[in-house]
Design a protein around this ligand. Sequence first.
Ligand SMILES: Cc1cc2nc3c(=O)[nH]c(=O)nc-3n(C[C@H](O)[C@H](O)[C@H](O)COP(=O)(O)OP(=O)(O)OC[C@H]3O[C@@H](n4cnc5c(N)ncnc54)[C@H](O)[C@@H]3O)c2cc1C
Length: 290
Amino acid sequence: MSNVIIIGSGPAGISAALYTTRAGIDTIVIGKDYGALQKASEIENYYGFPNPISGKQLIEGGMEQAKRLGAKILSDEVVGLSYDEKLLVLTKDGEYSGDSVVIATGTSRSTPRIKGLKEYEGHGVSYCAVCDAFFYRGKDVAVLGNGEYALHEALELLSTSSSVTILTNGKELTTNVPSNINVNTDVIEAFSGSEILKKVIFQNGNSMNISGLFVAVGVAGSTDLAKKIGASTENNRILVDSNMATNIPGLYAAGDCTGGLLQISKAVYEGAKAGSEIVKYIRSINKKSA
Ligand SMILES: Cc1cc2nc3c(=O)[nH]c(=O)nc-3n(C[C@H](O)[C@H](O)[C@H](O)COP(=O)(O)OP(=O)(O)OC[C@H]3O[C@@H](n4cnc5c(N)ncnc54)[C@H](O)[C@@H]3O)c2cc1C
């Protein structure tokens, strides 16, 4: 049976699911929490509620609605996106393949402000281990982060790099790291080099030589996921056409992650548009293969 995987259970992801499930497409929605709305105590500018409603109420209502229509909603964190005959979504706890995928993960977290990080993007600083590990074969590399996402990137690098160190930048590790991956918890002062990145300098005066740094702070943000599969991004947003389609066949994006008006109404519209376009897309691939 044709299927869609929706990453994000906020207004955009759930709206997409309402359209795909009602069209009979097997739909899995994966979300790690309540997204931006978990902090919204009173919403009074969204259609249909005479009195303010909390973000939590709105999200829970949307999830119930999607479940009633047949969507499967999973609580998990997505750490990777790739392609293997079908689109492949990797999570902390498993992997799911889909004919189509929607990225509806809200706004990307900001990159930490550390001297040198921005300057060395593309010159030693990468946001995707699976894309760029190849360039650092036999070299010493580091991953910036302290959770599951950082561990996933470090494991990806282990087989090709000479050594892998997770740099937590003063934060506590929130996951168990195997002994073949080094961990450094010192606070970082700067990344330095010449044309390309060469070392990380810590606030305590120590330094460490590295050839590559992979940024994996917090959870995989929208543009991190998009970049992993080669979808076009600009600054912190995923580029889509008027059908919410990215440049990768079958991959759509909706909601805050596409930029513009960061509001529920826009996320709901884009989710609905992505969902209805996916229905057409899946019908067209099924027709071709019949
Ligand atoms: C405090 C606050 C108050 C707001 N008040 C209003 C308001 O009054 N009116 C209004 O219109 N808008 C308001 N907004 C904006 C509104 O919340 C957003 O525009 C809207 O939630 C965007 O929906 P979304 O589905 O694109 O993203 P989100 O609602 O952020 O949902 C993102 C989803 O993606 C999931 N996710 C992210 N990364 C991963 C990952 N790696 N793996 C798995 N899941 C992942 C999250 O768990 C979540 O389910 C407010 C925002 C904030 C922060």
